[in-house]
Design a protein around this ligand. Structure first.
Ligand code: C5P
Length: 400
């Protein structure tokens, strides 16, 4: 519920501006006080009267609208619990990234300490333009909450990525951000990325895991109030508030996980751990003229199975499974054999899922429960679905 929350809803000039009316209505229905701010561009797409009617106050458009409040940008920003920009055009994203204030909305964005959530909407070419990609990455690094656009029909009959996320998704993201974290007080450890097993001083056996799913899990858990440590093999930017323990090999990951897991309430093994490693790593570079080397492999320890065997009571242990066939049978077998509470299985052969993509599609299995399918979505949405289930598992295991 959003009772008592004050949300400045910034609406910029895109065809999706009409959806801001529905977003405003839903936020007001959930109890929020919505203060609408429209840019000059937005006024070309929707009437201020419509938005005013479904918000909590009349629309504000200019810095000098209100004779009683000559500097509304500071008042609006200071009093807000959230600044939500939906839709956010490439222009407002760029202006906010570089700190350029040209109108009431950009002034409000700069004159606030409230969290900011931006919901981009634009044509695919614009969304994928390196300048926009770069601006979005910079804003994310700064802690701005970005609700990724969807793929679908765009203005002018085109189809592709860039359509504003649906009002349901946007309002759910707002609710998650503003409600007291349902993971507050929980200690969570998450492994991310693929391990690298040395062959010699320069070569490794690696895999294609990008670590993106693990980082999305960490960002989600931290935002829901958990205290999160990532045990990671990759150098992605750590989500705000997340501690990172950098590791390289399965052995290093094992010792970090075994140190952190016993004091954690939730453990997620999202890393792609090598199953085999060279028995010995040569400490110099193997030379081509010495001939083709014989690399003898040995199995790595199954970190997750070890954590399952020593799982403290009340801990929730989550594994991942990348499968190419017999998804359910393989996932349920691992769930059972490794003593897991949940396994998140993805079909790595399917389009847009798994390694290196920004999206994933998974099926979540837990003992004695039907499979729960999360269709193709960004990795943050997958993370939210995983932790929704973790939270409900804890509640049903230990009702208050
Ligand atoms: O059995 P499989 O390797 O498919 O299981 C995948 C799960 O086990 C993942 O959660 C992965 O992080 C974990 N794993 C592990 N140690 C290994 C191999 C996999 O913890 N050596």
């Amino acid at each position: 519920m959003l009772a008592g929350k004050r949300i400045v809803l910034g609406v910029t000039g895109g065809i999706a501006a009409y959806k801001a009316v529905e977003i405003s209505r839903r936020l007001v229905d959930a109890g929020a006080h919505v203060v609408p701010v429209m840019t000059a561009g937005a006024e070309h797409f929707i009437g201020a009267t419509t938005l005013s009617a479904l918000a909590s106050e009349p629309v504000k458009t200019r810095l000098w609208d209100d004779p009683d409040t000559p500097i509304p940008h500071t008042r609006l920003g200071q009093g807000a619990d959230l600044i939500l920009v939906a839709p956010a055009t490439a222009r407002v994203i760029a202006a906010y990234r570089i700190g350029l204030s040209t109108d009431l909305l950009t002034n409000v964005l700069l004159a606030t300490r409230a969290p900011v959530m931006m919901c981009p909407a634009m044509h695919t070419e614009m969304w994928e333009h390196p300048a926009v990609v770069d601006n979005i990455a910079a804003l994310r690094d700064r802690g701005v909450h970005i609700v990724d656009p969807e793929s679908g029909r765009l203005a002018g009959g085109d189809t592709g990525a860039g359509r504003l996320a649906s009002p349901e998704v946007i309002v759910a993201a707002v609710q998650r951000l503003l409600s007291p974290g349902d993971m507050a007080g929980l200690r969570v450890v998450i492994s991310a990325g693929g391990t690298r097993e040395p062959i010699d001083a320069v070569r490794v056996i690696a895999n294609r895991s990008s670590g993106k799913q693990g980082y999305a899990l960490a960002a989600e858990a931290a935002e829901r109030g958990a205290s999160v440590t990532l045990v990671s093999t990759v150098d992605l930017v750590a989500p705000p508030g997340v501690a990172v323990q950098r590791v390289e090999t399965a052995a290093e990951m094992q010792s970090a996980m075994e140190r952190l897991a016993p004091v954690s309430d939730v453990v997620v093994m999202a890393a792609a751990v090598a199953d085999f490693r060279p028995v010995t790593a040569v400490d110099r570079k193997l030379k081509k003229h010495d001939g083709v080397p014989q690399i003898v492999l040995e199995p790595t320890p199954d970190i997750l199975a070890g954590l399952g065997a020593r799982k403290p009571r009340r801990q929730i242990l989550v594994g991942f499974a990348a499968e190419t066939d017999d998804l359910e049978a393989n996932a349920r077998r691992k769930l059972d054999e490794k003593h897991l509470d949940m396994i998140v299985a993805n079909d790595v052969g399917a389009p847009q899922t798994g390694f290196q993509h920004d999206t994933n599609a998974v099926t979540i299995f837990s003992p004695d429960a039907p499979a729960f399918v999360v269709p193709l979505a960004d990795k943050r949405t997958i993370a939210a679905a995983v932790f929704d289930r973790v939270v409900s598992m804890r509640v049903s295991a230990h009702p208050t």
